[in-house]
Design a binder for this molecule. Structure first.
Ligand SMILES: *Cc1c(COP(=O)(O)O)cnc(C)c1O
Length: 227
């Protein structure tokens, strides 16, 4: 497991060198969904402290079972009635796909005395099957988010269309980056972060400006969803 971690770290480093970026601009999020808490231990021993989960039930089991200094990123679809429970364990949410969800998080974060870091999910390839803000809606959503006192707006997130060749994801990553640049410039609102890139294509996402990469199977092996 820590061998996989070292391989992924070396690939991140190579991509940073290719792109003339500093290694500390890229945060690796180890996506531990479907794996039991004990599977995370070798990574924690190798100083990987940032993990990603996409289901509340799993977050609620693993976070209390593992060291308190870990940082949990919530990367899955989020219903408003689960926000309070997610915020108990996670101060980072990557999957904000509606104004209603933004407002709910702002209200509940205020009640709980926390200030979560948020990414707005953008449906960058305009897929029917995917949620998220359209590129056209993103400026309005960013402006709205910037008025909310109890959240820290980090930036934009995308999940590009599945491709056989990871190079084919490059235009989606560069579109998200351009959209971030345009929206930030026209609104004057800083959007420092871009959450993009998964196991098959994180090296390309890093070359295109990713600051947060969400990597699961390259670290843990293939997932088996059948319980
Ligand atoms: C599962 C998941 C990932 C990680 O996928 P891998 O291909 O295993 O790296 C990244 N982002 C999101 C939103 C996910 O649900």
């Amino acid at each position: 497991m820590s061998d996989h971690l070292h391989t992924v770290q070396a690939q991140i480093k190579a991509a940073c060198i290719n792109a003339g970026r500093a290694l500390n601009e890229v945060q690796l999020i180890a996506v531990s969904k479907t794996w039991p808490a004990e599977k995370l231990s070798p990574l924690i021993e190798a100083d990987q402290f940032v993990f990603g989960e996409n289901k509340l039930q799993e977050l609620e089991i693993k976070a209390p079972a593992l060291p308190a200094h870990l940082e949990w990123h919530y990367i899955g679809g989020l219903q408003r009635n689960k926000v309070r429970k997610v915020l108990k364990h996670s101060n980072w949410i990557h999957s904000i796909d509606s104004i209603k969800l933004l407002d709910a998080i702002n209200r509940i974060a205020g009640e709980e005395g926390v200030r979560p870091h948020l990414f707005l999910q953008v449906n960058i390839d305009r897929e029917e099957s995917k949620g998220g803000f359209s590129p056209e809606e993103t400026l309005g959503a960013v402006r709205h988010a910037s008025t909310l006192p109890n959240i820290a707006l980090e930036g934009l997130m995308c999940i590009p269309q599945a491709q056989s060749d990871p190079e084919q994801a490059r235009p989606s990553f560069s579109s998200l980056r351009s959209l971030r640049d345009e929206v930030s410039q026209s609104s004057g609102i800083p959007l420092p972060s871009l959450s993009m890139g998964m196991s098959s294509d994180f090296h390309i996402a890093v070359e295109e400006g990713a600051t947060h990469i969400r990597v699961g199977s390259a670290l843990f092996g293939a997932r088996n969803y059948v319980k």
